[in-house]
Design a protein around this ligand. Structure first.
Ligand code: DAH
Length: 346
């Protein structure tokens, strides 16, 4: 075969091969096979000198022409393959930007925290500051100074968590904090006080649907000159209206607590049945929301105040109880049961 014919046949084969190439790796192989330094077309161009003088010009011209044609064909093919490869990778890694994002599971506040915050908010609006007393308390403050002498039934082993330290207990109620607040802020019985004392309390009791060994209380204390029972009644009625709604009906029942005299319990008309009677109010039409009373003279004295000049009222309520009434929760054990199916409802 003449060199001319060889050239044409290399050209045809190169074109055909190029057309079948589908990826850039093979494309590079093709380029060095035909157009590289040792490529077939390059080598043929070098053969020009071996031809007789008169054939050299036409052969050289044709060889250069073919070289350029192949270079252009290569560029075109390269372009097409790049586009195809780009499209392929785009469609494989396709993103649907209209898909909604994945939701993060948001945590929430514990129902006790929610009701505590609401109660604190209302008392804050009514001018009561928060006083944080302690959960581990002396027997003296938890009982004795609250006018509960050692024989008092509330001190019974069945009710109190004692510690290995003599005379140190887990507080059974927040009322002892009254003594601390009076001593700390009363300035030896010379300054009025208006505080609430929220916090955890502990009782050594059988756990049932209605009683837990730990629970919150929010205590309240107002000390001043000329504070009367009517102030207490008006204040707790206002609180009830703010917590339960403006049309809430309140009633007071005489009661007994060692640290108040007189003492009373505060009820609201049942929100579930409107007073007609239902399982939530135990068919009484009323729900008890707190204990309260006028601070006992002995307690005032223990706080550093002269009961001849100073008086005050106190109250104590149970946030978990309130939450149970409000949301018709049948079992207090849900509060510390850590069951998300319960907690997520609030
Ligand atoms: N400490 C009482 C209890 O644990 C609640 C209470 C009743 C607090 C009357 C008071 C009060 O301040 O005046 O049941």
């Amino acid at each position: 075969m003449s060199l001319h014919d060889q050239l044409e046949s290399v050209y045809q084969t190169a074109l055909q091969e190029l057309e079948n190439i589908q990826d850039s790796a093979s494309l590079q192989g093709w380029e060095s096979k035909y157009l590289g330094r040792k490529g077939q077309v390059t080598l043929m161009l070098r053969e020009t000198g071996k031809l007789p003088q008169e054939e050299r010009a036409t052969f050289g011209q044709r060889a250069n022409e073919i070289k350029n044609l192949l270079i252009n064909a290569f560029a075109e093919r390269e372009d097409a393959i790049r586009k195809a490869e780009l499209e392929k990778s785009l469609s494989e890694g396709q993103l649907d930007v209209t898909l909604p994002g994945r939701r993060y599971a948001l945590g929430g506040l514990h129902p006790s925290t929610q009701i505590l915050r609401r109660i604190q908010e209302i008392w804050a609006e009514m001018g009561f500051q928060v006083y944080r007393s302690r959960e581990v308390e002396s027997d003296e403050i938890n009982f004795t100074l609250l006018n509960m002498p050692p024989h008092h039934p509330a001190r019974d082993m069945q009710d109190t968590f004692y510690t290995t330290q003599p005379d140190i207990v887990l507080r059974t109620h927040t009322s002892g904090g009254q003594i601390r607040a009076m001593r700390e802020y009363g300035e030896n019985g010379t300054k009025p006080i208006r505080v609430i004392l929220p916090g955890m309390c502990f009782r050594y009791e059988q756990v049932t649907t209605r009683s837990e060994i730990q629970f919150h209380q929010v205590e309240g204390l107002a000390i001043g000159k000329g504070i009367r029972m009517s102030d207490l009644k008006g204040t707790v009625a206002e609180f009830a209206k703010r917590l339960y709604g403006p049309d809430t009906e309140v009633r007071y029942r005489a009661s007994y607590f060692p640290f108040t005299e007189p003492s009373m319990e505060v009820d609201i008309k049942c929100k579930i049945c409107g007073g007609g009677g239902c399982s939530v109010c135990k068919y009484s039409g009323w729900l008890e929301i707190m204990g309260s009373g006028m601070v006992h003279p002995v307690v005032l004295q223990n706080g550093g105040y002269d009961p001849a000049e100073w008086s005050g009222f106190a109250f104590g309520m149970g946030p978990e109880r309130i939450m149970m009434q409000r949301n018709n929760i049948q079992d207090i054990r849900y509060f510390w049961g850590n069951d998300l199916r319960f907690l997520e409802q609030f």
